[in-house]
Design a protein. Structure first.
Length: 143
């Protein structure tokens, strides 16, 4: 389950990195160049990765027995909000008949997408190196 979450995060991060390069090209539309044709595919992969992300994270926490569960749940509420906001922005861009570099640059600058990426970095670090909760560490030292 943790590998699935890592794959989802990676898909969104790859999309963001591709969009940085796409934005730098100064293209007026997504017609004609190889990277222009790829931008929609990267955006679609990011959409797939975001769909059901929070539920997958909650299942992973339960499956792995990560504690304190209530702290993870509170964070997943933030992740859900940031995911939904980013998904709405990506869907809006995909609905456009033409995707220019400027449009992608504006999507990259979106506070929603940046918040989501920061959520991913935090989540990735925590899930990659799960540790005992601070309360348990303090209790164990005092014993």
């Amino acid at each position: 389950m943790l590998a699935e979450i890592g794959s989802r995060c990676e898909a969104v991060e790859e999309c963001y990195e591709f969009m940085l390069a796409y934005a730098a090209q100064g293209l007026a539309s997504d017609e004609g160049s190889k990277s222009a044709g790829q931008v929609r595919e990267f955006l679609r992969r990011a959409m797939q990765a975001l769909t059901g992300l929070t539920e997958a994270c909650a299942a992973a926490v339960k499956e792995e027995g990560l504690e304190p569960a209530d702290k993870y749940s509170a964070f997943f509420a933030v992740l859900d909000r940031d995911s939904r906001d980013s998904l709405a922005a990506i869907e809006l861009v995909l609905a456009q008949p033409s995707i220019s570099s400027q449009l992608i640059d504006n999507l990259n600058a979106s506070i929603h997408l940046r918040a989501l990426l920061t959520d991913f970095f935090l989540l990735d670090e925590i899930l990659r190196n799960p540790q005992k909760p601070a309360e348990q560490l303090i209790t164990n030292k005092g014993a």
